[in-house]
Ligand binder design. Sequence first.
Ligand SMILES: Cc1cc2nc3c(=O)[nH]c(=O)nc-3n(C[C@H](O)[C@H](O)[C@H](O)COP(=O)(O)O)c2cc1C
Length: 190
Amino acid sequence: MRVLGLAGSPRRGSNTDILLGEVLKGAAAHGAETKTLYIPNLNIMACQDCNACLATGACPFGDDMPRVVQELAWADRIVLAAPLHFMGLPSQTKALIDRTQAQWVKKYILKQPPLGDSRERRGLFVSVGGRTGENLFDPAAATVKAFFATMDIKYSGRVAYAGVENRAEILNHPDALKAAFEAGEQLVTS
Ligand SMILES: Cc1cc2nc3c(=O)[nH]c(=O)nc-3n(C[C@H](O)[C@H](O)[C@H](O)COP(=O)(O)O)c2cc1C
């Protein structure tokens, strides 16, 4: 079982990085091979809606995006960890998702598996937000669900905590780290 972590926070030592680390530890405890891509360290330009992918399912821009698609294809489980930024995902993470429009074309226009094969993949959404309130994570989760659905990755739920504002504040949460570890275990065993 191979698990890919996509770390979307632009700040290092972030709350979502910490939670992602626990999820991956939980997965590794059951023998999973894990790796993490730090999205803000990648060179991913925004989708230009140039429609070049419409004919071939391939994006003409040769930045780090082909590598991301390769890593998604490598994985059996994908953990997207990103905080709320203006109720949505951080812009670097959103750029990555928008660029999978080429995979959308593969799936819906060319009728091919978006990641090149049809094996079962599952995905988890990990997030935090500084604010509190009901349904805080629903708008961001809607984007993640659309991303996973386009990649043929089955959405397997979320680990998300509201009211977490400062760097590494999640370390003081009474049960978040344990819950994240257990979510990682469940992701690779259920
Ligand atoms: C540009 C920006 C926009 C933000 N927008 C929201 C928001 O809409 N809702 C919210 O609950 N928190 C918002 N926050 C707060 C972050 O979600 C919060 O600080 C979180 O702990 C950051 O997670 P990280 O440590 O994983 O980066 C925002 C922070 C930034 C920098």
